[in-house]
Design a protein around this ligand. Structure first.
Ligand SMILES: Cc1ncc(COP(=O)(O)O)c(C=O)c1O
Ligand SMILES: Nc1c(O)cccc1C(=O)C[C@H](N)C(=O)O
Length: 406
């Protein structure tokens, strides 16, 4: 009989693991980068391909509701994040959605100069902001401060505060409500990248009065590689903003084929071109697994798993240094440890069936997905990590060659 950790006995989410296709012998600690395949998704995708595309052909846009898939999927995601129906849509990539919401937000604060962000933001958000700033004839300044300095940097010249709630390297969690309130008090708007929050912890977009949000569909939402992202606009702004990418799918009557652009009322105006139906279908189906889940249970278990992981690693791997906040209330659903040879250790771990990832220069990153991880998985994973470090089995040339994608 395999061992069972005492905390797994009472775990209200334990039966959820069976809904995922986890390869035999793998402990997957990278759902914060690419979620696991839900068991029912291949059959659903096969149905979409053969019955919807194959049999219904172009009529499927109407008969199978493909045209509404971005809105239906967005509503499902929005429900997990306190977004009222009709305010969240699934489309494009997170990077493209950052471009759209940042442009929209700036248009609401034309008399201000600063886009404020922090060094904990995911680089794509900063690259997009910088590119947009250049496109707008450098009318704006992109100011990037340390995460702990954000609050003090929200001054009267800030047009938009743009942050990722959970730092992709350390898991540090920003207080969305507090920083949004501070931004509003200074007359600025707040954009939140929830790539590492959606499906990982309770988020209340309406309660926090966030102005805009974006995030990935392929991480904790398990939508599959390259799954469409999501985009949220607060009801207060919805009909006041337009997308800078004025494509026909955001038009009020795309099939009127008018020569002038008129944005449709509502969140649909933030879409651009033809929806990626196959990817969206996978994401929509994957979201079934969140239908009857309480995000408070997810958070409780996420904290329990990550606290156990930290305690085990610190007890068994003393050479690793915690890179994440120690207080679970200021941490997302991931834990990182620093180690100079972290890349090689991570490759050695992966070779032994424990999949996490590495972020340069020295961060070993482990994600905790309560729907398909148990406390026993954590014990087993750390036992393998400790063995790799104790035996120095990471010190092999094949573990040191950097792959193209890490
Ligand atoms: C916080 C954050 N934002 C944005 C992205 C990028 O999203 P995409 O590559 O889907 O545009 C990622 C991950 O790649 C991320 O972690
Ligand atoms: N989107 C990714 C990809 O296409 C390949 C490898 C990793 C990713 C990621 O999502 C990385 C992730 N955003 C991170 O937090 O580092």
């Amino acid at each position: 009989m395999t061992a069972q950790h005492p905390s797994d006995v009472q775990d209200v989410l334990k039966s959820r693991k069976d809904a995922f296709l986890i390869p035999e012998g793998i402990i997957y600690l990278d759902g914060n980068s690419l979620g696991v395949l839900p068991r029912h998704v291949p059959a659903r995708l096969n149905e979409v391909v053969t019955q919807e595309w194959g049999a219904s052909l172009i009529t499927a846009w109407n008969t199978h509701g493909w045209i509404d898939l971005p809105a239906r999927t967005g509503d499902r995601i929005g429900k997990l994040m306190g977004a009222p129906a009709g305010t969240c849509i699934a489309c494009d990539s997170t990077s493209v959605n950052v471009f759209k919401v940042l442009s929209a937000a700036l248009s609401l604060r034309p008399d201000r100069k600063v886009i404020l962000s922090d060094t904990g933001n995911f680089p794509t958000d900063l690259y997009v902001a910088s590119g947009l700033k250049d496109l707008l004839a450098r009318r704006y300044e992109l100011k990037v401060v340390a995460p702990e300095e954000v609050r003090a940097a929200i001054t009267a010249d800030v047009a938009v505060l743009m942050l990722t709630q959970v730092d992709y390297r350390t898991g540090r969690l920003h207080d969305m409500e507090d920083l949004t309130r501070t931004a509003h008090a200074a007359g600025a708007l707040a954009i939140w990248d929830l790539a590492h929050s959606a499906g990982a912890l309770p988020v209340d977009l309406a309660g926090a009065k966030a102005d805009f949000a974006v995030g990935c569909g392929y991480k904790y939402l398990n939508g599959g590689p390259g799954a469409p992202a999501f985009l949220y606009v607060s009801p207060e702004h919805l009909d006041k903003v337009t997308s800078p990418l004025t494509g026909w799918m955001g038009h009020e009557a795309p099939f009127a084929f008018d020569l002038d652009y008129r944005p449709v009322s509502g969140i649909g105006r933030m879409t651009v071109g033809t929806p990626a139906v196959l990817s969206l279908s996978g994401l929509y189906a994957a979201l079934d697994l969140f239908e009857d889940v309480d995000m408070a249970d997810i958070r409780r278990k996420s904290i329990s798993l990550s606290e156990l992981f930290i305690a085990e690693v610190e007890a068994r791997c003393p050479r690793l240094e915690l890179a994440s906040p120690r207080n679970p209330q200021t941490r997302g659903s991931q834990v990182s440890f620093r180690f100079k040879e972290g890349y090689a250790v991570m490759q050695a771990l992966i070779a032994r069936g424990v999949i996490g990832d590495f972020r340069a220069p020295d961060v070993m990153r482990f994600g905790f997905t309560p729907l398909y991880l148990s406390h026993q998985d954590i014990i087993d994973a750390v036992a393998i990590l400790a063995d790799i470090l104790d035996t120095q089995s990471w010190d092999r040339p094949e573990f040191k060659t950097r792959a193209k994608v890490t």
